[in-house]
Design a protein around this ligand. Structure first.
Ligand code: HEC
Ligand code: HEC
Ligand code: HEC
Length: 144
């Protein structure tokens, strides 16, 4: 028989191990999920592919659910036109456009290249009008 205190400590640390394992599994499943594109998403490819990066998929509904139109289309100055904004990584890192939020504080940072540059190569700038058409390529196969 072990002293009661020692047994308690062991139980607590086993529980910690279990929690760490489970959260690891959840984040693995999350990141292993394929990238998807839905109706209304905007593909932006003015520069990306010419510079050797896959086109960007901007998930419009995902963002519209979270923010009022005004946040982006007035305060951040996004024009209402697919491909109608002159967006570069320099500006994003400088805190403009996507970089106003994707700065590691409000949302994950620019280091996650593949989460934005997730479209199939060759996809032109457009508003996605059919979910049947596959725009995105799975995250895990996306590395360039
Ligand atoms: C938050 C979203 C986002 C992330 C993360 C991101 N980008 Fe971009 N990137 C964009 C957008 C939007 C454009 C403009 C696309 C266009 O017009 O073709 C762009 C354009 C580019 C371009 C072409 C324009 C330029 O500035 O030269 C390159 C190259 C590029 N990204 C590289 C990267 C690399 C490398 C990473 C990771 C370190 C990265 N991007 C991460 C959104 C992102
Ligand atoms: C998180 C930022 C963000 C929010 C919030 C947002 N938009 Fe947008 N919107 C964008 C971006 C980015 C584009 C694409 C611009 C580009 O390609 O350069 C866009 C494009 C558009 C376009 C042109 C493409 C299309 O689908 O026809 C319209 C119209 C539009 N937005 C309307 C709205 C309305 C209405 C709301 C609120 C219900 C809204 N947006 C909320 C960022 C946002
Ligand atoms: C007003 C703030 C804001 C702006 C501007 C913004 N984002 Fe986001 N974005 C967010 C937040 C918040 C999330 C959710 C982050 C999380 O889950 O940790 C997100 C998530 C995402 C996702 C993942 C969504 C999904 O479908 O799972 C992508 C891709 C993305 N943003 C791309 C972009 C691109 C590209 C731009 C610029 C054209 C942009 N974002 C501009 C706030 C913003």
């Amino acid at each position: 028989m072990q002293p009661l205190l020692l047994r308690n400590i062991k139980q607590v640390s086993m529980r910690r191990v279990a929690i760490v394992c489970i959260s690891g599994l959840i984040s693995f499943l999350f990141f292993a999920m394929p990238a998807t594109a839905e109706y209304g998403d905007v593909v932006i490819n003015n520069y990306a592919e010419k510079q050797g990066m896959r086109p960007v998929i901007f998930s419009h509904w995902f963002h519209r659910i979270r923010y009022a139109c005004k946040v982006c289309h007035a305060d951040l100055g996004f024009k209402f036109k697919a491909g109608g904004n002159d967006i570069t990584m320099f500006k994003i890192i400088d805190g403009q456009y996507c970089g106003a939020c994707h700065n590691g504080k409000i949302a994950w940072s620019v280091k996650n290249c593949n989460l934005c540059h997730s479209a199939k190569p060759g996809t032109p700038t457009q508003v996605h009008e059919s979910t049947a058409q596959e725009l995105a390529i799975p995250y895990d196969r996306g590395a360039r």
